[in-house]
Design a protein around this ligand. Structure first.
Ligand code: S3P
Length: 166
C-alpha cells in the first residue's frame, strides 16, 4: 500500500477529530476515526466497552483495525484514539500506513476541555487533572517518537492548524 494517508495522533481533547475532518475536506480526502469505527462495529460506546469487556479488548480492537487499514486505507485522514501508539506494534503499523502527525496540547488546555466530559473512561476518576498529568508524562515521549511531525496546537483555530499541516 502506498503511504498516501495522514494519521493524527495525540492525547484526548487535542482536536484530532475536528482537525482531521477539516483537513480531509480541504484536501478532498476521506476521513475516518478509529474510535467511531470501533463503536460502530461493536455496537456500543467506548465507555460501555471499557465497562463490559475491559480496556484490553478495546486495545486489541485498535490493533486489529490498524492491521486491516494497512491493507486497505487509501487517500484517508485517520484520527486515532489517544492510546493508539501505546502498543509497539501499533507504532510500526501507524508509520507504515501514513504520515503521522502528533497534535500536542498542554495539560491545562486538555483539562479545561475535558473536565466535564463523561465519554472518556480513563478520566472518570477523583483527580482527572492528576490523571492527565501522569498520562502525559508517559505518553508525550511515545507520541513524539511515533510522529513524522509534531504540531503544537496552542490556541490556534482548527483552520489555522489545518493550514499549518498543509
Ligand atoms: C483513549 C482515548 C479516547 C478513546 C479511549 C481511550 C486514551 O480517544 O480511544 O477513551 O487511552 O487516551 P480520544 O483521544 O479520541 O478521546
Amino acid at each position: 500500500m502506498k503511504k498516501n494517508n495522514i494519521i493524527l495522533i495525540g492525547f484526548m481533547g487535542t482536536g484530532k477529530s475536528s482537525v482531521g475532518t477539516c483537513l480531509a475536506n480541504t484536501l478532498s480526502m476521506k476521513f475516518m476515526d478509529t474510535d467511531n469505527e470501533i463503536e460502530k462495529r461493536s455496537q456500543m460506546t467506548i465507555s460501555e466497552m471499557f465497562k463490559s469487556k475491559g480496556e484490553e479488548v478495546f486495545r486489541l480492537m485498535e490493533t486489529n483495525l490498524l492491521r486491516e487499514y494497512q491493507e486497505t486505507l487509501n487517500q484517508t485522514v485517520l484520527s486515532t484514539g489517544g492510546g493508539m501508539p501505546l502498543r509497539a506494534e501499533n507504532v510500526s503499523l501507524l508509520r507504515e500506513i501514513g504520515f503521522v502527525i502528533f497534535l500536542k496540547t498542554s495539560k491545562e488546555v486538555t483539562y479545561q476541555r475535558l473536565k466535564n466530559d463523561t465519554t472518556r473512561p480513563l478520566l472518570q476518576c477523583e483527580d482527572p487533572l492528576g490523571a492527565i498529568e501522569q498520562m502525559l508524562k508517559i505518553r508525550v515521549p511515545i507520541y513524539e517518537a511515533c510522529a513524522d511531525m509534531v504540531l503544537e496546537t496552542k490556541d490556534r483555530s482548527i483552520d489555522r492548524i489545518v493550514q499549518e499541516i498543509i
